[in-house]
Design a protein around this ligand. Structure first.
Ligand SMILES: NC(=O)c1ccc[n+]([C@@H]2O[C@H](COP(=O)([O-])OP(=O)(O)OC[C@H]3O[C@@H](n4cnc5c(N)ncnc54)[C@H](O)[C@@H]3O)[C@@H](O)[C@H]2O)c1
Length: 312
């Protein structure tokens, strides 16, 4: 039975993706890999401890499990990447290169690599930013994401490897706490609000960033992976996002449901990263080539987040 493999499977995106893949393909067709131990909800799932810096082990698993599709999510995110750029280089750039090289030697495998708005830099425009805008990032994370896109396109053109990818904005989810991204304040704000705690936001109140709710992010990744290849021109770098907001706008939206919630600001080094990112994205390439259409507005996301966090 051919299988779908996820790297970095127990992170924020992977945890939600695994649930969707289990529903779609069945538990026995999904292989979850990560350097981290599986959380209890995935104890019954076939998982392998895999460091993506170990290409030989990756190859063994791909061949043994007859893997046909990979979601390559293993990554060191923006804030952690700036704390340890050499480690981020090894995992994000070397890990992605090795994965693509190995996949190009295996017939009939396809690879999905999420990229990020971190590919943009201070010389990119701010509003309604096109996929074609300059990508000259100033962070190791951003550099690694641009490199992943370029390598993906190279392996497609040179070796015919089916590599696809999309640039996620900040992702908001209630299932897993985010690790070390720059947009994590949004999830933290929800968690504090629902627990009745005051929140101290590390970004300035007027920092506008593009965002998307996790169910839409998972759906968009799966839809792109299944899209008709003859329609795909860009293949690897589609901007996707559903809405943009500032910390102050999210605070107001949460207070409409939880009026007692309070927040102040204690800006740290993540502000510099956020300042180099777009405020909003032009998603027209994704709409044109594979019918990207997010379901959640900011209002419906806020209501759904609070309802689900309250259940927990
Ligand atoms: N979460 C977001 O807001 C967001 C936004 C834009 C892009 N993305 C992209 O989505 C993908 C997944 O991000 P995420 O938010 O789930 O990140 P995350 O940090 O929550 O999860 C990453 C996972 O990778 C694992 N990992 C780290 N080093 C590894 C290694 N050497 N080998 C194997 N696994 C390793 C970690 O244990 C973790 O489970 C990444 O490519 C990221 O760039 C995420």
């Amino acid at each position: 039975m051919s299988k779908v493999l996820v790297t970095g499977a127990f992170g924020q995106v992977g945890s939600d993706l695994l649930k969707a893949l289990i529903i779609k393909h069945g538990k026995d067709s999904v292989v979850a890999t990560d350097i981290a131990e599986p959380p209890s909800i995935f104890k019954d799932l076939h998982s392998e401890k895999l460091d993506v810096r170990n290409p030989e082990m990756l190859k063994k698993i791909l061949v043994k499990e007859d893997v046909r599709k990979i979601y390559h999510l293993a990554s060191i995110l923006s804030a952690s990447g700036e704390k340890n750029p050499f480690f981020a280089f090894d995992v994000n750039i070397r890990g992605t290169y090795d994965l693509l090289r190995i996949c190009s030697e295996i017939e009939g495998i396809s690879v999905m690599i999420p990229s990020s708005i971190a590919v943009y830099g201070t010389d990119s425009p701010k509003d309604n930013v096109s996929t074609r805008a300059p990508t000259r990032p100033g962070t190791m994370y951003g550099i690694s994401k641009v490199t992943g896109e370029l390598l993906g396109m190279y392996f497609y053109k040179k070796f015919g490897l089916d590599v696809r990818g999309l640039r996620f904005p900040g992702l908001i989810s209630y299932e897993t706490q985010p690790t070390a991204g720059t947009t994590d304040y949004s999830v933290d704000m929800f968690i504090h609000a629902v627990k009745g705690l005051k929140y101290s936001c590390y970004l300035r109140e007027d920092t506008m960033l593009p965002m998307m709710y996790m169910p839409d992010a998972i759906k968009s990744m799966i839809n792109l992976s299944e899209a008709d290849p003859s329609r795909l021109i860009r293949r690897i770098d589609y901007n996707v996002s559903a809405f943009s907001f500032t910390p102050s706008q999210l605070y107001s939206a949460i207070r409409r449901i939880i009026p007692d919630f309070t927040m102040d600001y204690s800006v740290d080094s993540r502000q510099e990263i956020a300042d180099s990112w777009p405020a909003s994205l032009d998603v027209s390439d994704a709409v044109l080539e594979w019918d990207f259409k997010p379901e959640y507005s900011m209002e419906s996301m806020v209501a759904d987040m609070i309802m689900n966090l309250r259940k927990d």
